[in-house]
Design a protein around this ligand. Structure first.
Ligand SMILES: Nc1ncnc2c1ncn2[C@@H]1O[C@H](COP(=O)(O)OP(=O)(O)OP(=O)(O)O)[C@@H](O)[C@H]1O
Length: 239
């Protein structure tokens, strides 16, 4: 069995004639953060949809801890440890922070949902806000709550689609530190789609660059950042 927690092998998603993703392979090791970057429409969100089971593969396969999950649905994949959060928050404004994390945990089938929710809230520095209704949280705190909902049941893999969108620089840095901490304290592996290059290059162990549904570069952040093709396609000469 490979050491990879998550693996995409030659994954393609075509919408009729549109090759949104066309033969992408990438891996995620235990506790690793891999940044996924590229211009608008490059196929980043589609790859995340393919990994989670939201889109059916045109070609290729997705492996989770050595198991081929290509034929499993979103809920089945979530229950065996593959979780995601969305570009927009998926929280219920009128419920207290604690209640909705507990509810998410119950829905995941976790035996001790109370303890699970408590651990997640503590990890994300939300415990002191437990009794507050979500709509009264600041935007940065709502994003942390979004992450908390993705973490119930202790998934091994988190797929995040632009978690920093709309956050201030300070809120982004704060969320980035939480992500980094999760990879060591909870052994979570993270695939991070994000347009904030300071965050991506600041916390990723590896970076993969997409253009037109294909990988054009992949490797250590500093090597990828210096790649002339990446600078031309995406980062610009000032990066
Ligand atoms: N349901 C769909 N039907 C047809 N084409 C689609 C569909 N969803 C996405 N596409 C196309 O697939 C390509 C990849 O889109 P995708 O949203 O994955 O890119 P992205 O890299 O996530 O972009 P962004 O950074 O703007 O979020 C685009 O050309 C898009 O128009």
């Amino acid at each position: 069995m490979s050491n990879f927690v998550l693996q995409a092998d030659d994954v393609a998603i075509h919408y009729g004639g549109v090759k949104a993703v066309d033969g992408v392979s990438l891996t995620l090791e235990k506790g690793q953060i891999r940044g996924l970057i590229g211009p608008n429409g490059a196929g980043k969100s589609t790859v995340i949809d393919a990994m989670t089971g939201r889109r059916r593969l045109t070609r290729g396969r997705v492996m989770l801890r050595g198991q081929d999950v290509s034929e499993l649905g979103v809920v089945e994949r979530r229950k065996i440890g593959l979780s995601r959060s969305f570009q927009r928050t998926s929280i219920f404004g009128g419920l207290s922070v604690r209640k909705q994390v507990e509810l998410a945990s119950v829905m995941m089938g976790v035996q001790d949902a109370r303890a699970d929710a408590e651990a997640v809230l503590r990890e994300l520095d939300l415990l002191h806000l437990s009794d507050i209704e979500a709509e009264d949280l600041g935007y940065g705190e709502q994003r942390r709550l979004d992450l908390a909902l993705a973490l119930v049941g202790r998934p091994s893999v988190l797929l995040l689609d632009e978690p920093m969108a709309g956050l201030s620089v300070k809120e982004s840095q704060d969320l980035a530190q939480h992500l980094k901490k999760l990879t060591s304290s909870w052994d979570v592996s993270v695939l991070l789609v994000e347009h904030d290059m300071d965050v991506v290059f600041g916390i990723s162990d590896a970076v993969t660059v997409f253009e037109l549904g294909r990988v054009i570069a992949s490797g250590e952040p500093k090597v990828v950042r210096a790649d002339p093709r990446v600078r031309e396609a995406y980062l610009g000469s000032a990066a």
